[in-house]
Design a protein around this ligand. Structure first.
Ligand SMILES: Nc1ncnc2c1ncn2[C@@H]1O[C@H](COP(=O)(O)OP(=O)(O)OP(=O)(O)O)[C@@H](O)[C@H]1O
Ligand SMILES: [Mg+2]
Length: 250
């Protein structure tokens, strides 16, 4: 199963992905987390000790060009880039899961992370997973990248939304775009939830009830400040990661 996450900036995408990764791992799944945010932050959240040592895929410009085929139709264009060996090279094993960082945009003149997105798209579409494997894709805020096809091959898109009007607006926009690019499953996930009013506000604004509600958690906030890996927190988000996982495997 390949799961991606989207939503407005700072709503908790990385936090929720990290908690979900831990939950899937606990359930016996083989978890691979891909950080596709140009300002990657997943390694810190997962408590990787030297995140600066992770070699982002984006740094391998030559490889990227070879494998993604910058100009489709040219002799360099490779329809079937070997994805598995690439994955192996750039995977970091940490706390019983695998982490891969896509990295920042290299070519400033291009204005978009096209080669990286190409590679990611190919990897995600070619990556044949067994039923015990889960790929979790953490992404940047906003909606533009949805149009770039980064998301191809994704089975389920999670849209994180907090109880505010602007967050709901963004979430609905993301949903529309995700439908346009034909992502098979799309679900909303509520975050920073204080009470039932917050849940109701989201349900009304979205027109559908989010599949899981993550509490506004002091433990999570403190962990971030003190650089405590999120998986070491004891039930920081109550049942939410479990509920979300169940919704995904249903
Ligand atoms: N449920 C929660 N309770 C308390 N704090 C939270 C919760 N979820 C996220 N946070 C805090 O909110 C901040 C933003 O979270 P996070 O980095 O996960 O958001 P993001 O959507 O990935 O942001 P970006 O758009 O920058 O990638 C962090 O400081 C995080 O610790
Ligand atoms: Mg993030």
């Amino acid at each position: 199963m390949k799961i991606a996450i989207s939503g407005k900036g700072g709503v908790g995408k990385t936090t929720i992905m990290a908690l979900l990764a831990e939950e899937f791992k606990k359930s016996g799944k083989d978890v691979m987390v891909i950080d596709a945010d140009p300002s990657p932050h997943m390694a810190e959240t997962l408590g990787v000790e030297h995140p600066e040592e992770i070699r982002p895929i984006a740094e391998m410009t030559k490889l990227l060009v070879e494998r993604s085929g910058k100009t489709e139709g040219s002799p360099m264009y490779n329809m079937n880039p070997e994805v598995n060996d690439l994955l192996e090279k750039f995977m970091l094993s940490h706390n019983g899961m695998k982490l891969m960082v896509l990295g920042a945009i290299q070519n400033g003149d291009q204005g978009c992370a096209c080669p990286e997105n190409n590679v990611l798209r190919r990897m995600l579409t070619k990556l044949l997973l067994t039923k015990d494997q889960v790929v979790l894709l953490d992404m940047e805020a906003g909606v533009e990248h949805l149009g770039r096809g980064t998301i191809a091959g994704i089975d389920h898109l999670l849209i994180v939304v907090i109880p505010s009007k602007s967050s709901i607006r963004t979430a609905l926009k993301v949903k529309k775009l995700a439908e346009d690019v034909r992502i098979p499953q799309i679900s909303f996930v509520g975050n920073l939830i204080d009470d039932d009013d917050d849940k109701l506000f989201l349900e009304k604004g979205l027109g559908v009830r989010p599949v899981a509600f993550f509490p506004n958690s002091q433990a999570i906030r403190k962990a971030e400040r003190q650089e405590i890996p999120i998986h070491t927190l004891e039930r920081a988000a109550d049942e939410a990661p479990y509920v979300l996982m169940q919704a995904l495997i249903k």
